[in-house]
Design a protein around this ligand. Structure first.
Ligand code: SAH
Length: 401
């Protein structure tokens, strides 16, 4: 892909914080909420690069502004460096090196950029073989899209770059969805990928998120080590990736359950592609109803629901959803059985999640031990300065009797 010419961004605004509101910024938190801002000099209607000063007018950081967001600034650097193509090239190159260095050579699908975790707030880039899928979630990062695209073109030889910038965060910023080919070739209907040597196909246009749940890779490996001779329910299976690993690990029977027919059709393809055409049952059902009403029991259940709390205000409702699911899943497990239970809600901490699951165990009348706490793989890094970035949390539980 030939680099295009782009206009270099200029610093549009100078943001002055209220007195004594600079401490989190100085500690490295990348977000500045509108309530911390005293005044703005410059064009405060346009998203772009901004300089941030404390109340004494000392420069402290540089970042991207989102005029319509409560999170008014997302910071890029605490050094006085120019935000240009070279800057983004350095950040992207660092992100790429991390993945290339530590991911298995039998994996060609991974998250190349994980927003704040790679110090590129608002930006997600997933790699699926020869294609990249980008999500520009905020108006700040959207304003530098051209420069980022140029930096990417200089760094990676992808056949094409597709954009899936859509969803709630953009709506909150009053940004229209932006979906389609950004550069190079249009991706095929289904992009073939390999994850730890297993074969999958990804529909980057219609699939959920960018098409595949890359964040569960390590937890799938864990399941394969626990699966031998077990009967397994993969609840909220999406395209059945956990099921493939379970069957590869020697599972006796695997049921993939999801409410989405297209997801189950992909799951069927994935079982076939990996040589397990006859190994798995596919079930289109509502997981809440199924878990409550079914009379089958299992040795292992995977419970990986979609985010139940999109906003802080949803947390109470979400905890009752998690409690319901975990309560009924625990009831469905044979003595000695295992539950791999997850929450991908950013607003539900591991601590809170564990308390909810504890409540579920008490109500289910089961004695349960935690074998392991589970989380995100290394291509989904979290900045230590931005704990909100830890969205995926999970527990491997064993039911004693
Ligand atoms: N475990 C999957 C990812 C799960 S994403 C993987 O590793 O790829 C969450 C899935 O839950 C989606 O596929 C969605 O279709 C499904 N889903 C959402 N609500 C559901 C419900 N009430 N019952 C069953 N499935 C549901």
């Amino acid at each position: 892909m030939a680099p295009q010419s782009v206009r270099l961004p200029i610093t549009l605004q100078r943001i002055f914080l209220k007195k004594d509101r600079e401490a989190p910024v100085l500690r490295g938190h990348p977000w500045i909420f509108s309530g911390a801002i005293d005044r703005i000099e410059g064009d405060d209607e346009t998203a772009g690069i901004v300089d941030v000063f404390d109340a004494r007018k000392t420069w402290i950081a540089r970042g991207l502004s989102s005029p319509k967001s409560q999170i008014r600034i997302r910071l890029l650097t605490w050094k006085e460096e120019t935000i240009d193509q070279g800057f983004f090239a350095r950040r992207l190159s660092r992100a790429l090196t991390l993945r290339e260095k530590y991911l298995s050579s039998t994996t060609n699908a991974y998250r190349l950029v994980n927003g704040e975790g790679d110090f590129l707030p608002g930006l997600i880039i997933d790699r699926y073989g020869d294609f990249l899928v980008c999500q520009f979630f905020t108006s700040g990062i959207d304003s530098v899209k051209g420069i980022i695209m140029n930096s990417l073109a200089g760094l990676i030889s992808a056949n094409g770059i597709y954009e899936r910038s859509e969803g709630r965060v953009r709506e909150e910023e009053e940004l229209e969805p932006s979906v389609g080919v950004l550069a190079g070739e249009a991706p095929p209907e289904l992009i073939p990928i390999e994850e730890n040597g297993f074969k999958f196909v990804v529909d980057v246009r219609r699939g959920q998120k960018t098409g595949f749940f890359l964040d569960q890779r390590d937890n799938r490996v864990l399941l394969s080590t626990l699966a031998r001779e077990q009967t397994i329910l993969n609840c909220f299976s999406y395209s059945g990736a956990f099921s493939v690993y379970a069957l590869a690990g020697g599972a006796k029977q695997v049921t993939s359950l999801d409410s989405s027919r297209p997801a189950l059709e992909l799951a069927e393809q994935h079982l076939q592609l990996n040589g397990f055409a006859s190994g798995g049952e596919l079930l289109k059902a509502d997981a809440f109803t199924y878990l409550k009403e079914c009379d089958t029991s299992f040795d292992v259940i995977v419970l990986d629901p979609p985010s139940l709390a999109h906003k802080r205000n949803d947390v109470t409702a979400a905890t009752s959803g998690y409690k319901f699911l975990n309560l009924h899943a625990l009831k469905r497990l044979n003595a000695g059985g295992l539950l791999l239970t997850f929450s991908c809600s950013q607003h539900v901490s591991l601590d809170l999640f564990q308390k909810v699951v504890f409540g579920a165990a008490v109500d289910a009348g089961r004695k349960v031990s935690v074998l392991k706490r589970l989380g995100q793989p290394i291509d989904h890094p979290m900045s230590l300065h931005h704990p909100e970035g830890e969205y995926l949390k999970g527990l491997l539980l064993k039911v004693l009797d």
